[in-house]
Design a protein around this ligand. Structure first.
Ligand code: EZ4
Ligand code: CO
Length: 402
């Protein structure tokens, strides 16, 4: 029997920060897992190096479920982003190994294709409404069938979710940037520009919008109702996601579909949301919700309640996560949509073989495992360089919720 011989924790910043786990078996097979927790990267690196790696050496890499249960239940402390990201990285690396040993891509181990490709949405944004409309036009021409639209709120310094240069990267400063927020200004402005996107481009594509957890339940209810004519695919994170009960109130007031879960980490964190049918799309991801093993459990629960998947896919989720997400997305019956931001060319130098984007859909690699190679030489050129997401302050100077 092959055993786990070596587990490396690799930290690199090719345009943004990534923590990667590489598991090597005694017969020389390697597997990769993403362990990136944006802004708290080294906490996960330590959790892995100091606490998990010693437990893994000598274990059977084929026992994926057992290893998951052992790491989750054996810690005594459960859930939370640091724990669930660390377990996810090991889990995904073991699926990669199992695929390579079987000579099959991971999606085949999960039951094979349920669809031809994975529908993705891209990110259009603008410092003004005109800039946003130009950006939507550009993405439409590239063949995207689903587009998230965000415009800077006039009068507020730095609006979250809006691209500044050619590449959209929300975590870009050595210390958290401080941005201004006004709920009143946002609620007056956002429904109008979403309407303009529909006026100009029609209804022949999916339009999404991210509220970034900024509203209270009654404000979110008002927002959802005010954009019903725009027929959003979803409004994302209308309120802070940790209060599952808050979504009941939103639900009572609007037919605008709701997505949440990118910051949630376990089936317990979405249990009420799913079983009470308070959301339409669950945004938990492979990397932050316990790996392929646990994410499939969440998605199966969701399927029972007509909740579809819509996994997070921002730049802080490495190409290893993209590959694992596509394997899950293409196989589960209740797939909805996958977020796709893509990465910098430097990131693709380190992580080789990312899933192909064709006609607005991601396609899984047909290589055994996940099909991603980690280039150590390229990674060495990009030492760790911490970057943080911004913090929002209200106009009176107080920290806003999120
Ligand atoms: O705020 O990835 O839907 N995507 C998002 C992203 C997230 C960042 C945080 O890690 O909301 O911009
Ligand atoms: Co979001």
């Amino acid at each position: 029997m092959a055993t786990i011989e070596r587990v490396e924790v690799l930290v690199t910043s090719p345009g943004r920060n990534f923590v990667t786990v590489r598991v090597t078996t005694s017969d020389g097979v390697t597997g990769l897992g993403d362990a990136t927790l944006n802004g708290r990267e080294l906490a996960v690196a330590s959790y892995l190096r100091d606490h998990l790696v010693p437990l893994l050496i000598g274990r059977d890499p084929a026992r994926i479920e057992d290893t998951w249960q052992y790491l989750y239940k054996g810690a005594y402390w459960r859930r939370g982003p640091v724990t669930m990201t660390a377990i996810a990285a090991i889990d995904v690396a073991l699926w990669d190994i199992k695929g390579k040993q079987a000579g099959l891509p991971v999606y085949q181990l999960l039951g094979g294709r349920s669809r031809d490709g994975v529908l993705v949405y891209c990110h259009a944004s603008g410092g003004s409404v005109d800039e946003l409309l130009d950006d939507v036009a550009a993405y439409t021409e590239k063949g995207f069938k689903a587009i998230r639209a965000q415009a800077a709120v006039p009068g507020l310094s730095g609006s979250y979710g809006v691209r500044k240069g050619t590449f959209y990267e929300p975590a870009s400063t050595a210390l958290p940037d401080e941005q201004a927020w006004s709920t009143e200004a946002y609620l007056d402005f956002a429904p109008g520009y979403l309407g303009k996107v529909r006026e100009k481009f029609g209804f022949g594509f999916h339009l999404l919008h991210d509220v970034h957890h900024r509203l209270t339940p009654i404000e979110a209810a008002r927002f959802g109702r005010s954009v019903e004519d725009v027929r959003l695919f979803w409004m994302e994170d209308p309120t802070p996601a940790e209060n599952q009960e808050a979504f009941r109130l939103i639900r009572q007031h609007t037919t605008t579909p709701i997505a949440t879960g990118e910051v949630l980490n376990s089936i317990w964190d979405v249990q009420t949301l799913i079983t009470e049918q308070l959301i339409d799309y669950v945004r938990t991801t492979v990397v932050h919700a316990g790996g392929i093993t646990h994410l499939r459990r969440i998605f199966d629960l969701a399927a029972l309640y007509h909740v579809r998947t819509g996994s997070h896919g921002a730049t802080d989720l490495s190409p290893v996560t993209t590959a694992a997400a596509v394997a899950v997305d293409i196989s589960v019956p209740n797939f909805g949509i996958q977020e796709h931001m893509g990465h910098t060319p430097e990131t693709y130098e380190v992580f080789r073989g990312t899933p192909r984007l064709e006609d607005g859909m991601l396609l899984p690699s047909e290589e055994p495992g996940l099909g991603i190679e980690y280039d150590d030489e390229a990674a060495a050129r990009f030492p760790y360089d911490p970057k943080y997401l911004p913090v929002a302050r209200r106009l009176d100077g107080s920290v806003h919720d999120w």
